[in-house]
Design a protein around this ligand. Structure first.
Ligand code: HEM
Length: 512
């Protein structure tokens, strides 16, 4: 090789090397920059993302976030999570400023996409039609709908609870999920479908199949997920469940469409008064044209509503069975309020059941479904008022469980006081009333989230739970299966906490 050719090849080689390095720097810069920015925030513990750390997170996330709160109460820190990624934990004092950031900076859907592996579970993330319809149709219509809801509560308590002439063991989670699916279904899809076996099967089991798929997907290697996830048996079961759900729901949507067309000129025709109907009336506004998608919206609603409501009701019953001194005062309140409202549970009656509302709220404070709240993915980096920069790409959260056990927020926070909120409301101002209800959301009350994505279904859920618990309290005495007073332990996994669905309570019908 002559010198000229050698120089030429060396030059070409140098160019290739430089170009490759440049490309690598361009590709890696965002990641390197992300880690550089993230590492400026203090870490709780090692914050490393090793297997051991991930397992410790799954076992004791609650303890971890409480330690974090003690150490960084008013500050911001990062913590390694079960995903092998660091989340940024933000003190509640920043919530007011976070609330003002638009969805293009802090994304609710983005956080769900990641935690729920929506690419594989197919869960709807931010479906504005569902949220809008709950806010614009369901919640304002509750006064009109409450008698219908209560009618379904009476029907299902009658049909799904055993006779219980003597003490009878009842698997209460399983019983409640059927009740909640029927009662919610009455408002979601109407009377014709809400007691249909196939609809109920789907309303009860869709969430379970989705969670099984989620767990299986999380166990696969993130790099191989696109190949492995669609091969999982759980994934196939979920797909089958969705097909079954479509088979049940699509004919109903079609029948409703036909009825609408047939009655287009009929001034006396009335649309069914349920979510399916409200979704359909808003489909043009939201550009929803496929009948299958209308069915999918119902699955989104089922996921948001059924097991969340069931878990909350189960926690309340487990608390009641384990605590003394509450059942009689609650019954007294319910009887008195019903007597004042024509012997039934009206909207006014629900508002007057202040002790029951308080008990439900205290039960949820002690047994929140999650250890953290306000989970949002950061789409654009931003700076907090204390000067700390939160980089794009990270997920933020607020340590809500620690907030509920802070004596600055709640007097004697480690004591279960079922009537603590009723007492504050009894002697208090209008603000005390507003800030101490089951449905309240603010910086100290994060059970239903916070800000513009706070749970829109909480008003419906509160009424439904109140009606179920009131009916059960009036009709039955109940206690733990062993007759003891130890509260059934919840199952804590990572951030999630669920009442143990295998436990039974003993029920005995109250003599009239
Ligand atoms: C006790 C039962 C329930 C609990 C504990 C609960 C809890 C929550 C929480 C924590 C969030 C996230 C809020 C945030 O991050 O700021 C949420 C969102 C949501 N919930 Fe509920 N929920 C319950 C019942 C329901 C019901 C019955 C419905 C429907 C009727 C519903 C519909 C939704 C929807 C659509 C969203 C998403 C809101 C959005 O995208 O902006 N939830 N819920």
């Amino acid at each position: 090789m002559d010198t000229q050719t050698l120089l030429g090849s060396t030059h070409a080689l140098q160019t290739v090397v430089f170009a490759t390095l440049f490309l690598a720097v361009c590709l890696l810069f965002p990641t390197v920059n992300y880690w550089a920015q993230l590492s400026k925030l203090p870490a709780l513990g090692s914050s490393a993302s090793g297997k051991k750390q991930q397992q410790a997170y799954m076992r004791s996330a609650k303890k971890l976030y409480r330690e974090g709160y003690e150490k960084f109460k008013d500050a911001v820190y990062r913590v390694g999570t079960a995903d092998g990624m660091d989340n940024v934990v933000i003190a509640p004092r920043f919530l007011q400023e976070l609330k003002k950031l638009p969805d293009s900076v802090l994304s609710f859907g983005g956080a769900i996409e990641k935690t729920m592996e929506t690419k594989y579970t197919g869960l709807l993330t931010e479906d504005n039609l569902i949220t809008h319809s709950i806010k614009a149709d369901l919640t304002p219509g509750l006064s009109r709908l409450n008698p219908v809801v209560y009618e379904e509560v009476e029907l299902t308590v009658h049909d799904d609870m055993p006779a219980c002439e003597d003490w009878t063991a009842v698997p209460i989670y399983k019983t409640l999920v059927t009740m909640v699916a029927k009662i919610s279904g009455r408002i979601f899809v109407g009377a014709e479908l809400c007691r249909n076996k196939d609809y109920l099967d789907c309303a009860i089991n869709y969430t379970m199949d989705l969670i099984d798929t989620l767990k299986a997907v999380k166990h696969t290697n993130p790099w191989l997920r696109p190949i492995l996830a669609p091969r999982l048996p759980e994934y196939h079961r979920l797909q089958k469940r969705e097909r079954l759900a479509r088979d049940v729901l699509v004919p109903i949507v079609r029948a409703r469409q036909d009825a609408e067309k047939k009655n287009a000129d009929n001034p006396n025709w009335q649309r069914p008064d349920d979510m399916l109907s409200w979704f359909m009336s808003r489909r043009e506004e939201y550009g929803v044209h496929s009948t299958e998608y209308m069915a999918k919206l119902q699955l989104g609603l089922i996921f948001a509503a059924i097991h969340t409501t069931t878990m909350t009701a189960t926690n309340i019953l487990y608390d009641l069975a384990a605590s003394d001194g509450y059942i009689e005062p609650l019954r007294e309140e319910i009887r008195k309020v019903m007597a004042e409202n024509g012997g039934t549970i009206t909207t006014r009656a629900l508002q007057q059941m202040v002790k029951l509302d308080s008990y439900m709220k205290e039960s949820m404070r002690f047994h929140p479904p999650g250890v953290t709240a306000f989970s949002r993915k950061v789409l654009k980096g931003f700076t907090l008022s204390n000067g700390q920069y939160i980089p794009a790409g990270v997920t933020i959260e607020v340590p809500s469980d620690a907030v509920y056990h802070d004596s600055e927020n709640y007097d004697d926070p480690e004591t279960f006081d079922g009537f603590r909120f009723a007492k504050i409301r009894a002697g208090g101002t209008a603000t005390d009333h507003a800030r101490n209800q089951f449905v309240t959301t603010n910086e100290q009350n994060l059970l239903f989230g916070y800000g513009r994505h706070a749970c829109p279904g909480r008003f419906f859920a509160a009424n439904e739970i109140k009606m179920i618990v009131a009916r059960l309290l009036l009709d039955f005495d109940f206690k733990n299966e062993d007759g003891g007073k130890a509260r059934y332990k919840n199952i804590d996994m990572g951030r999630q906490s669920t009442p143990d669905p295998r436990k039974k309570l003993l029920f005995k019908r109250v003599k009239a």
